[in-house]
Design a binder for this molecule. Structure first.
Ligand SMILES: Cc1cc2nc3c(=O)[nH]c(=O)nc-3n(C[C@H](O)[C@H](O)[C@H](O)COP(=O)(O)OP(=O)(O)OC[C@H]3O[C@@H](n4cnc5c(N)ncnc54)[C@H](O)[C@@H]3O)c2cc1C
Length: 161
C-alpha cells in the first residue's frame, strides 16, 4: 500500500463516506480512519433533507431552499448541487442493494413523510428505505410500539403517551 495518498477522510459517518466515495470516483487515492461508533449506526435509515424553513413545516423540501438564511449550507451550495448530491446518494444506495424512495403526494409529487421518532414526536423525512411505507402508518388504526432491549433511548411508554 502506498504511503502517499491524495485525500485523508477522518470519520466514517455519512459525511465521511460520501466524501471518500466522491474523491475515489474522481480518481483520487483515499484513506479513511475512523474510531468509535457514529450516529449512522443507530439511525433509522431515513435521510432527512429539509423539514422546516421560514417558520413552516415543508411538504416539499425543495420549496424551502430559498427560504433558508443566506449562510445555510444548502444556500451556499445552491439547490442544484444539493439535488445532485441527493441523486448520487439514491444511486449509490440502489447500487448497494439498499434502495431508497420518497413519499408522494396524492398527485404523485415527491414529498416529505411524517415519521414517528424514538421520542414519540413526528418528523419530516425525505429518503426512505423501500421497506418503509409511510402511507401504511397513516392508514393504521392501532399501532404496536416495540421496545429494543438494551437500547437506552428507546422508551415505548413515552412514544405511546
Ligand atoms: C438516534 C439518532 C437518529 C438519527 N436518525 C436520523 C434519520 O433518521 N435521518 C437523518 O437524516 N438523520 C438522522 N440522524 C442524524 C444523522 O445520523 C446525522 O446527521 C449524520 O449521521 C451526521 O453525519 P456525520 O458524518 O456528520 O457524523 P457521524 O455519522 O456521527 O459520523 C462521525 C464519524 O466519525 C467517527 N469519529 C468520531 N470521532 C473520531 C475521531 N476522533 N477519530 C476518528 N473518527 C472519529 C465516528 O465514529 C463516526 O463514524 C440521527 C441521529 C441520531 C443520534
Amino acid at each position: 500500500m502506498s504511503r502517499i495518498i491524495d485525500v485523508l477522510v477522518v470519520g466514517s459517518g455519512l459525511a465521511g463516506l460520501v466524501a471518500a466515495l466522491t474523491a475515489a470516483r474522481e480518481g483520487r487515492s483515499v484513506r479513511m480512519v475512523t474510531d468509535g461508533m457514529g450516529s449512522l449506526a443507530i439511525s433509522g435509515g431515513c435521510v432527512d433533507l429539509l423539514g422546516y424553513a421560514g417558520g413552516q413545516r415543508l411538504n416539499d423540501p425543495w420549496s424551502g431552499m430559498d427560504l433558508l438564511p443566506p449562510a445555510h449550507p444548502y444556500r451556499l451550495l445552491g439547490a442544484s448541487r444539493v439535488r445532485a448530491a441527493v441523486d448520487m446518494l439514491l444511486q449509490c444506495a440502489a447500487d448497494q442493494g439498499w434502495p431508497l424512495h420518497t413519499a408522494a403526494t396524492p398527485e404523485g409529487a415527491p414529498c416529505n413523510a411524517l415519521l414517528p421518532t424514538i421520542m414519540g414526536t413526528l418528523k419530516p423525512s425525505y429518503l426512505l428505505p423501500d421497506g418503509l411505507d409511510p402511507a401504511a402508518l397513516a392508514r393504521a388504526r392501532r399501532i404496536l410500539v416495540a421496545g429494543v432491549h438494551g437500547l437506552r433511548d428507546c422508551r415505548p411508554a413515552l412514544i405511546v403517551s
